[in-house]
Design a protein around this ligand. Structure first.
Ligand code: ZN
Length: 102
């Protein structure tokens, strides 16, 4: 795995989020360029923990398909899967989210 595959995975997640939950800003808690990561982390975590896509969708205002797709894309964009450090992942994210104010 490489930086380029991570960049592509992150861009796909961003594109899906732009359709499902448009509008974002920099995360006030961790500084990641997209504050929607907190909701996706939570909904994906619930799915991984065993909640159904229907239940997660209801909890997060998503259809079951949206909940499943966002989880799949979120897991594919996990920096650890690509052997990247958090610092390197953030560098790539700054490129993908070049429109976000620093
Ligand atoms: Zn954050």
């Amino acid at each position: 795995m490489s930086t380029s595959t991570y960049r592509a995975a992150l861009a796909r997640l961003k594109a899906a989020l732009d359709e499902v939950q448009p509008g974002y800003s920099r995360c006030g808690l961790c500084g990641w360029p997209d504050n929607r990561h907190r909701r996706v982390d939570a909904s994906t975590g619930a799915l991984v923990a065993g909640d159904s896509v229907v239940a997660v969708g209801e909890d997060y205002g998503l259809t079951p398909v949206e909940a499943g797709v966002l989880a799949a894309l979120s897991l594919a964009a996990d920096p650890r899967l690509h052997g990247l450090t958090q610092a390197r992942a953030l560098e790539v994210a700054e490129e993908v989210y070049a429109d976000v104010e620093r």
